[in-house]
Design a protein around this ligand. Structure first.
Ligand code: 8YV
Length: 337
């Protein structure tokens, strides 16, 4: 197993697992209080390695790449907390974690603005064909300025953005869109309060109306069995041929094969994708297309925000191991005061 024990002499300290590489200062802080089994090599643990590691610790810091389910927890007799360094926790089987007697936590709030900034950046890059233009220049294809023979994009200002998933990040995107004079429509499992709708300048519509009328569709909803393939061939067929689709939510929310087909056929104008089905693999048909902007799941990736995410996960661990309620507890049932 590609992990190492950093403090062999500290047997009284609780043992914790840090399943992926984190900032050295954060690791050093943890080592003051815990016997840390860390994975600074950053190789993703196999299910067997993860199961074995979880069987030896009281707490684990993990990321979206580690699936925490009944199998992973099969021998986790002392585990008190699994702290996700991520706001999305579709990698958690929450009932299985609760059944194992452990608390589950995530990292909300600290990444909202960074992720909303990125969603907007991806939207702009996609609508205005920025990466495609750069590839065009690098390929030596720019021989003259032209009114019609330059990459012509789609406007954001005064267009309609349709946001599916109106949690904290969706609302952050709506607020940014207002600055561009955009009309904001949204669809969500539950409607926002009147005050929140007003703050975002957003109107609630059905998913069908959103897909038919939005110039730009932005996906920010959590992944679950219910949200699997929220956007597939039928939904893409409802969208305008001039529309863009942005996915900063999770791989699996979009049927990537159907999307590649729609982009190829000109059924929609372009897509911007930060997440993919089966990432880090990307559907081979998407890789062939010029009207798609690709990013390697980096919506939360600024140094400041990634540090804040790690720090919040650590705060959750400290609280849990001190018998206190972690600040971002997911499974309230697992906390025994
Ligand atoms: C994480 C994310 O970096 O927080 C989320 O839900 O998608 C990203 O911020 C990623 O999940 C790795 O854990």
């Amino acid at each position: 197993m590609n992990t190492q024990t950093n403090t062999p002499t500290s047997s009284q300290k609780p043992k914790i697992l840090v399943a992926r590489a984190i900032f050295p200062e954060a690791l050093a802080k943890l080592e003051e209080s815990f016997e840390v089994q860390s994975n600074q090599a950053d190789q993703i643990l196999t299910p067997a390695q993860l199961q074995d590691a979880l069987s030896k610790v009281s707490a684990a810091l993990v990321t979206g790449s580690e699936r925490i389910d009944a199998n992973a927890l099969a021998h986790a007799k002392n585990l008190k907390i699994v702290a996700n360094i991520s706001v999305g926790y579709n990698n958690f089987d929450v009932p299985a974690i609760t059944a194992a007697g452990a608390m589950a936590t995530n990292t909300p709030d600290v990444l909202t603005d960074t992720t909303a900034d990125f969603g907007f950046a991806l939207l702009m890059a996609t609508a205005r064909r920025i990466t495609e233009s750069e590839h065009w220049i690098r390929a030596g294809k720019w021989d003259k300025w032209s009114i019609v023979n330059n990459p012509l994009g789609m406007d954001l200002h005064h267009s309609t953005v349709g946001i599916i998933g109106m949690g904290r990040i969706g609302q952050g995107i709506a607020k940014r869109a207002l600055g561009f004079g955009m009309k904001v429509i949204y669809h969500n499992r539950s409607r926002l309060s009147e005050a929140d709708e007003k703050a975002c300048g957003a109107s609630y519509v059905s998913k069908e109306e959103l897909l038919k009328t939005a110039d730009h569709v932005v996906l920010v909803l959590p992944y679950s069995a219910q949200s699997h393939h929220t956007i597939g061939a039928a939904e893409l067929a409802l969208m305008k041929p001039s529309a863009t689709l942005i996915n900063i939510a999770r791989g699996g929310i979009v049927d990537d094969a159907a999307l590649a087909q729609a982009l190829k056929n000109g059924q929609i104008f372009a897509a911007g994708l930060d997440v993919f089905e089966g990432e880090p693999q990307v559907h081979p048909e998407l890789l062939k297309l010029s009207n798609v902007v690709l990013a390697p799941h980096i919506a939360s990736a600024t140094e400041k925000t990634r540090r804040a995410m790690v720090d919040l996960a650590i705060e959750n661990v400290y609280a849990a191991l001190a018998g206190k309620k972690p600040p971002s507890l997911i499974n309230a049932k697992a906390f025994k005061a």
